[in-house]
Ligand binder design. Sequence first.
Ligand code: ZN
Length: 167
Amino acid sequence: MTVREVRLFGDPVLRSRADEITTFDESLRTLAEDMFETMEEHHGVGLAANQVGITQRIFVYDCSHETPGARGVVINPEWQALDDATELGNEGCLSIPGVHKDVERSARIRCTGLDLNGEEISFEATGLLARCVQHETDHLDGVLFLSRLSPQLRKEAMAEIRASEWF
Ligand code: ZN
């Protein structure tokens, strides 16, 4: 397993829509393993393939500190809100180090997709896991959480990015 380089805000790959995955082979397994290792190295709760420069629709997540067993990989993810409830919660992104802002997300969702064998998976999620699924699926559509912020918070976030050492 290899820790891959995390792409940072400004890299065009983060604005690209990732492609559906149709081949379930050893290289996909290796990508998933590397993504787990990269996420763990940076103490993230989720990581989408765009963030390591790969435009394929796969993300990994680990919210097991909040929801026991909530660790896994989703390929070609989709999600649907189970009701109209939304929740404001603090969010950050490994591609935008040091920036944390409140984002409104659907509170209760069902996530569907495929596993590494191409088998269908489906689970309900609330709390951090629901937030994570929405954040990571956004990445695969080329959308960063900055786009989900109120105008005021987005302004603050952009100022923090411009002032950051990594930018
Ligand atoms: Zn992110």
